[in-house]
Design a protein around this ligand. Structure first.
Ligand SMILES: [Zn+2]
Ligand SMILES: [Zn+2]
Length: 331
């Protein structure tokens, strides 16, 4: 199975430009032909004018219109994946169902918490991780910017683990793979050995385990990398010939990619072990050693990546955290 055979299965990849270089290139929307002439959308792309224009152009290329969309399945609650869902609903003329896993529904719906409500909780958490005040302010600005690329939806329907989605040529089973976000799902076509993996498995970049606080700002509500390593082990066991990722072209060899990824995290944890040998350090201190070249705009990303690894090491009993005057140190 190669990418050129996908149209025979009624699957069309539409790359959509996005302004986040660290995401791994344009985001992929997949248009999947349904029985009876409809088109199922797996993700919708970003809610920005050029992204929406690229989506319409992609539909023109495959000889379809957005009015043909029959339903939208959202892989996870990141703006580059659901941001244009409302635009598609409007083009379609209303009544178009959007499904997302319940654990990510709050990120996608109007009823979910706003950026303004969440920002103070995240800033307080970054302070607890030892991040300097000016870096926290940068992270706030960056967060606000990314929130601007979507319009939330009035309502969504649940998309649950084990649900079977039947399209014209393919039968897709929904698999909940928490990690990159709490509610990320992938679609597995066991017959054609395809995996629509979204950001769960990308060929060239690791999937950015981001800090996720609980409804009241509780830390430890979700440990992204602990969950991810469990999910990716389940993904490794799936029979897959071709991965259709959320960014970049389709690729084969999912087990080799997963093994490289697990080894990569092992190495990163080895580095952290060496960094805390001289005594406990904050996540921010460790992050700056691990990512000396990170751009200022990437503060939240690099701190998240660091904490995610610290949580894995903590879960294995390799280090522990101490709280000194409201700031955590790991060692
Ligand atoms: Zn994502
Ligand atoms: Zn993405």
């Amino acid at each position: 199975m190669t990418e050129s055979e996908l149209p025979d299965l009624g699957i069309h990849r539409i790359p959509i430009p996005i302004p986040f270089p660290q995401a791994g290139g344009p985001v992929n929307v997949y248009a999947i032909e349904e029985e009876g002439g409809g088109v199922l959308l797996w993700d919708a792309g970003l809610g920005a004018p050029d992204a929406e224009a690229a989506l319409e152009e992609g539909f023109r290329r495959i000889g379809r219109r957005l009015a043909d969309v029959s339903r939208i399945l959202v892989s996870h609650g990141h703006v580059d994946h659901f941001g244009a869902a409302r635009f598609v609903q409007e083009r379609h003329g209303g009544g178009l169902s959007v499904q997302v896993h319940p654990a990510d529904a709050g990120k996608v719906t109007e009823a979910g918490p706003t950026w303004a409500a969440r920002a103070p909780l995240y800033s307080a958490h970054l302070a607890r991780l030892g991040v300097a005040p000016e870096a926290i302010r940068r992270a706030e600005r960056e967060g606000e910017r990314s929130f601007s690329f979507s319009r939330r939806l009035p309502r969504v329907e649940p998309l649950r683990d084990g649900e079977v989605v039947r399209a014209r040529e393919v039968t897709l089973t929904v698999r909940h793979m928490p990690g990159h976000t709490p509610g990320l799902v992938v679609l597995h076509d066991a017959e054609h050995r395809l995996l629509l993996a979204a950001d769960h498995l990308l060929e060239k970049i690791s999937p950015n385990p981001l800090i996720e606080l609980g409804p009241g700002g509780e830390p430890g509500f979700f440990r992204p990398l602990v969950s991810y390593l469990d999910s990716i082990a389940r993904t490794r066991a799936l029979e897959v010939d071709l991965v259709l990722p959320g960014h970049g072209p389709p690729f084969a060899g999912h087990r080799a990619v997963i093994d490289r990824l697990v080894a990569f995290y092992g190495k990163r944890q080895e580095r952290i072990r060496a960094l805390v040998e001289g005594g406990p350090r904050t996540a921010w201190e460790i992050a700056r050693e691990l990512f000396p070249k990170a751009r200022e705009a990437e503060t939240f990303l690099v701190v998240s990546e660091t904490v995610a690894n610290l949580e894995v090491m903590e879960a294995r009993g390799e280090l522990r955290r101490t709280d000194v005057d409201g700031v955590w140190r790991f060692g």
